[in-house]
Design a protein. Sequence first.
Length: 283
Amino acid sequence: MYVFFGKSGVLKYTLAGELVWKTSVGTEVDSHKWGSGASLILHQDLLIVNASCESQSIRGLNKMTGEEVWRVGEIVDSWSTPLVVPAPAGGEELVVVDRFKILGLDPVTGRQLWVCQKESDYVCPSVIAHGSVAYLINSRFKALLLALRTGGRGDVTGSHIEWTLPKWTTRVSTPIYHDGHLYALDFNGHALCADAKSGREVYRERLELSGAGDKVYASVVAGDGKWYGVSRLDGAVVLALSPEFKLLARNHLDDDSVFNATPVIAGNRLLIRSDRALYCIGK
């Protein structure tokens, strides 16, 4: 079991709770006071960590020992989890996004394969992909959704961007891809759908939240022909997994705690966590 505690480091435990190793990936002070936001990635013999907040770097660690295998610097204002994406001609590329750029790295060695410049903006949503196309979101000031074809070399800014959709952002949460479309809840509670091939917005529907203080931090999940999302204060929504907008249910828990975590589907049950409790919802 691997965990990432920001400036406190990356740790490996046995399932019995015994510490195997602990490695620091930097102790810089995050000027935004947000702390770390990216998840760890296991790839072959490596544990990959986005340490933008701790040292403006992304690193590949030996998963058995915690020793650093490679490091790439100048990763700025990125709370985004990178993704290993298959390249069109074979092989795999680690797609990393930060304030200024998108990088394609060799996930085994950290060697830079390509770079794509983008509008300057901090980034929270994780990289997602379908096939060899990666989808990336600028978080706020230069909001956009961008589709980028992997497999290039050098500067691919003018050659590998498939399309951009301005003003389409979730701010924090990560979309899902299903059957040619991207689905998401944005920060202010809009249900969003975009055509993944053309970049056309299919729908944008407002889901009334409980009040001005309520926002959406959690990413959405999909299963059984539906997609599910939760807001921080106002419960869960269930929508049809279809390019035609259809709100199927709106559910509330008698709980005034804060829900920031992404739900998890386990069989026919939905696991939802707040800052106080873990709920298991099922038939």
